[in-house]
Design a protein around this ligand. Structure first.
Ligand SMILES: Cc1ncc(COP(=O)(O)O)c(C=O)c1O
Length: 376
């Protein structure tokens, strides 16, 4: 089998398809010389609100900032705690800390890698009265099982804020990510399904008061220039990013469908490979947008090395669960506290699933994976 490089992500190929439209949009912003917020951002906010089937969308500087701003808009601060999962990108917990609160973790489900609703009640009881928000993550493009989480949260009067950074357009029982909880956080980091030409983020919410607060705290806390009732941040969305994202949004559904086709092909090609488990689509997951295609693999590290040597892009998302990160030692967790997350960190490997892949690329990656196990 000859070596054939397959990138984990190919933004150059994506750009080649949309180059003209994007450069036109960028030129319009350059001609107007208005670079921060303004009409392009307002337009993109309306588009995301419509796409995500939610009343308000408020642009900000990154997905990380979206978490911070959403938590602050719901009153989270010093002395509080926020319940989330230990198996996510670092920002999920890191930006809870920036809000002034302490992250509290509960373990994930093995089949979806998302917050296990069965663990929520116990965690809330253990930190009685302290947890002021629940932050489930829709990991890899699939929604967490939200109904039972919302039910528990409602019974305790706690807002649920979705970390939808990886899951724009995903659906839970027909409801779009971003429209399910009290608020949701999106990232438009270049590697996301809808990626900017730099950093960008968004908070969505059905709540008028929260949206009003968000619009102030992303610009230093003032609704009127130089008048400040609260202290906010500088977390404005650039007009250039909004203009690029508005163009890309037109293509998002077709890119998502390509990701879904690629995922289906992997499932077919790896069905008879007992050392690999392809990711599950949960029954509540009416639209999985496959930001990543993450397998569980026997001898994961050796497989990763073999694929890398053959120039097949692959990555471990995430090798160290958050509760075992050195910076969170003060929280007092230990190895063994969240076995499902720890096992996921030891077994998972993301392989290329981006929309620019040809079937032949997927076939090549699957063949290399199978060959790796046959040679052992
Ligand atoms: C689950 C999750 N949460 C939060 C973030 C933070 O987003 P950003 O990188 O735009 O700050 C990311 C992005 O990588 C993410 O994947």
């Amino acid at each position: 089998m000859p070596n054939k490089p397959v990138a984990l992500l190919d933004l150059k190929a994506q750009y080649a398809h949309i180059r003209e439209e994007v450069t036109e949009a960028i030129t319009r912003i350059c001609d107007g010389q208005t670079f921060v917020l303004g009409e392009p951002v307002a337009t993109f906010e309306r588009q995301i609100a419509e796409y995500s089937q939610v009343k308000h969308a408020v642009g900000c500087a990154s997905g990380s900032d979206a978490i911070l701003l959403a938590l602050k808009a719901f009153g989270v601060g010093k002395g509080d705690a926020v319940l989330t999962v230990p198996y996510s990108f670092f920002a999920t917990a890191g930006y809870i800390v920036h809000s002034g609160a302490e992250p509290v973790f509960c373990d994930i489900e093995p089949s979806s890698f998302n917050m296990d609703p069965a663990n929520v009640e116990e965690a809330l009881d253990r930190h009685a009265g302290k947890i002021k928000a629940i932050l489930p993550v829709h990991l890899y493009g699939q929604c967490a099982d939200m109904d039972p989480i919302l039910e528990i949260a409602k019974s305790r009067g706690i807002p649920v804020i979705e970390d939808a950074a990886q899951s724009i357009g995903a659906e839970y029982k027909g409801r779009r990510a971003g429209s399910i909880g009290e608020a949701a956080c999106f990232s438009f980091y270049p590697g996301k399904n809808l990626g900017a030409f730099g950093d960008a983020g968004m908070v969505t919410t059905p709540d008028d008061a929260a949206a009003h607060t968000l619009r102030a705290i992303r610009v230093h806390g003032g609704h009127t220039r130089y008048v400040h009732d609260t202290v906010g941040w500088n977390s404005r969305l650039d007009a250039l990013q909004a203009a690029v994202l508005s163009v890309k949004l037109r293509y998002l559904d077709q890119w998502t469908e390509a990701r879904q086709r690629n995922a289906d092909l992997y499932r077919q090609l790896l069905r008879d490979c007992p050392q690999v488990r392809t990711p599950n689509v949960e029954s509540h997951s009416t639209r999985h947008v496959h930001n990543q295609f993450v397998i569980r693999a026997e001898n994961r590290d050796a497989l990763k090395q073999a694929l890398t040597e053959q120039q097949i892009g692959c990555e471990i998302y995430y090798p160290i669960p958050l509760h075992l990160q050195t910076c969170f030692a003060y929280l007092g967790y230990r190895a063994g506290d969240f076995p499902v997350s720890e096992q996921a960190a030891a077994e998972t490997l993301a392989i290329p699933v981006h929309p620019e892949l040809a079937d032949a690329d997927i076939e090549h990656v699957a063949a290399r994976i199978r060959a790796f196990y046959m040679a052992r």
